[in-house]
Write a protein of this length. Structure first.
Length: 319
């Protein structure tokens, strides 16, 4: 893998943020957005959206599971498994630090009630409080879709960086733990499994939100995590494996296609919230994506730290 290609990949994240900020500045006709209300709820400024700490707290379980999936699949598709003693402690502290600071900020900025409601899965955003139907259910479709989509994402990235894709069992325990946690958390939150899975996978609002989450993971979370994980990797000259790309693509195609097609037929702009600043009473898909990227800024820091923790703990024990 050539370092230049790894750096080009991670540029996806800052370029996404830059393009999103410029679009939001144009939309609101303001260059300094710090105190401007930009969130689709119509209640949060750019600052509050970027440091939406209470919202982040409701997503902790999602990031624990997705980080397990991401690192587990990476270990199962990568040939490098050298030992890295001690580094996991550093990233454990980073993860804990983000969590503690977010909790303090949430209590001070958004208050104890909002903080508690997000933690207890009773809140999805500033306008939606659903007892027992919080962030976990809102992200259930995207979380389960990533079980099938992450291998294709990694195959594309590793191919781009000319790294060899070697399937093994080194990360299967992490992937298995993630799947088991999905089942367990869903049952705890909802009291059942099969009926809630059916309801969430047939609801256009949840499907549309999932599609937006998938884009956010692909442009914000995953490039940063992969860049940090591969810091010690050497150069690669492996040719693309078209069979691997095709197989992983076909595995991901079904779930991704369903959650894109159905909301498009229903009209995504009809499913979103309509704040007072929305032009012609609707927010465009571009706006919904641009504001959403900033909504998950804290989340991305936590996710990357957690990925590095799982990665170095696993490499230490499996090498």
């Amino acid at each position: 893998m050539k370092p230049g290609r790894r750096h080009l990949l991670v540029l996806l994240t800052p370029l996404t943020y830059l393009a999103s900020y410029l679009y939001l500045a144009w939309y609101h006709n303001e260059l300094n957005l710090w105190g401007t209300v930009i969130h689709e709820s119509g209640k949060l400024t750019f600052y509050q959206t970027t440091f939406y700490s209470s919202h982040f707290l409701g997503h902790i379980l999602v990031y624990v599971i997705v980080s397990l999936l991401f690192v587990g699949y990476y270990l199962s598709m990568s040939s490098d498994l050298s030992r890295h003693f001690g580094k996991w402690k550093r990233y454990a502290l980073c993860t804990l630090g983000v969590l503690v600071l977010a909790l303090i900020h949430s209590l001070l900025e958004f208050g104890p009630e909002s903080t508690w409601d997000y933690l207890m899965q009773r809140m999805q955003d500033e306008n939606n409080r659903y007892p027992g139907n919080g962030s976990w259910n809102l992200h259930f479709v995207s979380t389960t879709t990533l079980i099938f989509a992450i291998p294709f994402y990694l195959a594309v990235c590793l191919t781009w960086m000319r790294s060899k894709v070697t399937f093994n069992w080194k990360g299967i325990s992490l992937v298995g733990a993630a799947v088991c946690l999905i089942v367990l958390v869903t049952v705890i939150v909802n009291g059942n499994l099969f009926s809630i899975v059916r309801d969430l996978w047939t609801d256009d609002r949840h499907l549309a939100h999932s599609a937006r989450e998938m884009v956010t993971f692909g442009l914000i979370y995953f490039p940063l995590a992969l860049f940090m994980i591969q810091q010690g990797e050497g150069s690669g000259t492996v040719r693309p494996n078209l069979v691997v790309l095709l197989i992983t693509f076909l595995i991901a195609l079904g779930p991704v296609f369903i959650q894109i097609l159905s909301p498009l037929q229903a009209g995504i702009d009809n499913l979103s919230q309509t704040p007072s600043f929305a032009r012609e009473g609707k927010l465009s898909i571009i706006y919904l994506l641009a504001s959403h990227f900033f909504e998950h800024f804290i989340d991305s820091l936590f996710f990357v730290s957690l990925c590095l923790f799982w990665f170095h703990v696993s490499k230490r024990t499996t090498a």
